[in-house]
Design a protein around this ligand. Sequence first.
Ligand code: NAD
Length: 492
Amino acid sequence: MTMHIQMKSAPILKNFIGGKWVESKSTVREVVFNPALGEPLAEVPLSTREDVAAAVAAAKEAFRTWSRTPVPKRARILFRFQQLLVEHWDELARLITTENGKSYKDAYGEVQRGIECVEFAAGVPTLMMGSQLPDIATDMESGMYRYPLGVVAGITPFNFPMMVPAWMFPLAIACGNTVVLKPSERAPLSANRLAELFAEAGLPDGVLNVVHGANDVVNAMLEHEDIRAISFVGSQPVAEYVYRKAAAHGKRVQALAGAKNHTIVMPDADLDQAVKQIITAAFGSAGERCMAASVVVPVGSIADALVEKLVRAADEIKIGNGLDEDVFLGPVIREAHKERTLRYIELGEQEGALLVRDGRKDEAVRGPGYFVGPTIFDHVRPGMKLWTDEIFAPVLSIVRAKDLDEAIAIANQSEFANGACIFTHDARAIRKFREEIDAGMLGVNVGVPAPMAFFPFSGWKKSFYGDLHANGRDGVEFYTRKKMVTARYDHL
Ligand code: NAD
């Protein structure tokens, strides 16, 4: 049994502006719950435009010196930050589990993914290099130089309170920008700790600012003339809204959105391997992952055996507080999200899908936390709400297909196109899947094919709005602008 983080009384979170912890101007606050216990952890202020303006002003001031700080010096601060994250790994993982609900193992993995982003960003001296051609004409040369943009903003979701902010601020800052981050109001604690540790690593005041809140903060950011770029990760309707509004205000924007990821299982697949991976992908982090497997498409004769094995494996899952040993499935984020998920389960039955594992019957569902047991529907058909909507919970739909063509056609009908997987050892099937599937991140015998920090994180269709993705060289492109110099040297 591991220790749970208990707050004596729910503290009111502060914003981090210009290197200081400051109270929001707002008196409106929301309770941050520990979803495993249904108890308050903290209160988060829904900050005002004034708070955003103060953070942007601090970031703008800091930009003047940070943007001219030698790149290797910036990199060294990232190296120290990376060291501190490693030293505080366990503490950060506990904090993530406490505010988000995911299992400690999932949270530990999230910290690892966050650290990898910092490690990538620490390579900034190489990443920011430009390019030159010494002889574009007689006595003439041309060079491309990279510069930061200025103040950039990050707006993040509840499901990865550390990793998703880490997709944004380390690289943006490494490239010489200064940042205003608005974490999810449903999981805001990790961001404060990250800001604290980055400051401890030597980051100058005002380079990273955190403003807590919700819609008003986002709108103030989208409209603020001194914010040059917006990185957003969250649900599809909000991503589309942010993309349109940020663009209307002349900003560079990348908006990563929702998902409905399909996993195809071919008749030749190693079933045990596939089941193990699908269980992790569908029910890990309580299904609250943009890369979650929410639809499985068994092809041909394999379907009955696969469903039977999935149900058996789901029965073995330990549900509970993610800080308790061996717990695999923690709660969903809020009571309201639990209720919404239960309504989807009812709806699935009404739509005529076959409920082969009913997650409402697991003991933990009685509370006090916001638990939903692993739920599996068989004989789901495209067009059902179970299939169209991102439920973002431990609910898995099985859509049976007669062959690979049909399986790919089913997946491609979805309006989302974040990830897609195939389980098979047939090279022709793998190649066909790779060429014909509409999705940005593919897995071959891998259940959660989330790319590492040095590659772009790349959804398609309604899973992404913008052109430059998060992370990797795309991230460097996003957070820099280029200057071209064409020069003539007469009489050399
Ligand atoms: P959300 O859209 O509710 O919130 C995301 C952010 O937007 C939060 O900071 C929130 O305060 C803000 N926000 C919410 N409603 C707003 C509004 N009307 N106006 C302005 N701002 C608003 O998302 P969530 O529930 O926190 O996160 C889950 C979603 O994020 C899922 O859809 C998931 O697929 C998606 N997600 C996508 C990726 C990806 O890489 N594509 C990664 C992680 C999560």
